[in-house]
Design a binder for this molecule. Structure first.
Ligand SMILES: [Zn+2]
Length: 192
């Protein structure tokens, strides 16, 4: 069975493994000097790398394709969130709306909101929340279905590094790149 992506260097699409390499400690440095979010981003980037078993090239595994329903749902979510952000911007700087002509329909809606603010708030906020939640569920379910279908024809995850005849029982927890403290201390003493 083939993967849904191919090696950018040699075109192999049948055998990939998680790369194994000496820990650089870079994850620790990023956590110390950059903070938690850059460290998490770095760990995520490291975790999604795969190595071509054929030519040894290491690259970032392309994201799994999204379903059409999921793409539409995400588009609508982004539109809703953009308008929510616009509402906050306009509320913080009312001068921005001063150039808009006073249309009678707009004035009627404004008068209604001014007269019944609670009714508008109690319906508008739950409606938006429910809309966003429904879209997220649609996106998630359609992606899960797509991946279940893809699994029948393609491999989705890289194999273990044993593809390179390495010890699969060795410590695989090198995601953060932090060497154990005892080992570091031991090295320091050994040199003295
Ligand atoms: Zn390759």
């Amino acid at each position: 069975m083939k993967y849904y992506f191919a090696c950018p260097r040699c075109g192999n699409d049948e055998r990939f493994a998680h790369p194994r390499e000496q820990s650089s400690g870079l994850g620790c440095l990023i956590l110390l000097f950059g903070g938690l979010i850059p460290a998490l981003l770095f760990a995520d980037a490291i975790r999604h790398r795969v190595q071509c078993v054929q030519c040894g090239f290491i690259f970032r595994q392309p994201a799994l394709p999204r379903s059409s329903a999921s793409r539409v749902a995400i588009y609508v979510i982004l539109v809703v969130l953009s308008f929510a952000a616009l509402t906050i911007i306009l509320a913080m700087d009312p001068e921005l709306t001063s150039g808009i002509p006073e249309v009678s329909a707009l004035l009627t809606v404004e008068a209604f909101i001014a007269e019944y603010p609670r009714a508008v708030t109690l319906t508008l906020i739950p409606m938006l929340a429910l809309l966003l939640l429904s879209l997220l569920v649609v996106s998630w379910v359609s992606n899960v279905r797509l991946r279940m279908d893809m699994r029948k024809t393609h491999k989705l995850k890289a194999g273990r590094s044993s593809a390179f005849r390495q010890d699969r029982n060795a410590d695989a927890a090198g995601v953060s790149g932090c060497p154990p403290r005892a080992a570091v201390a031991g090295q320091g003493e050994g040199r003295g």
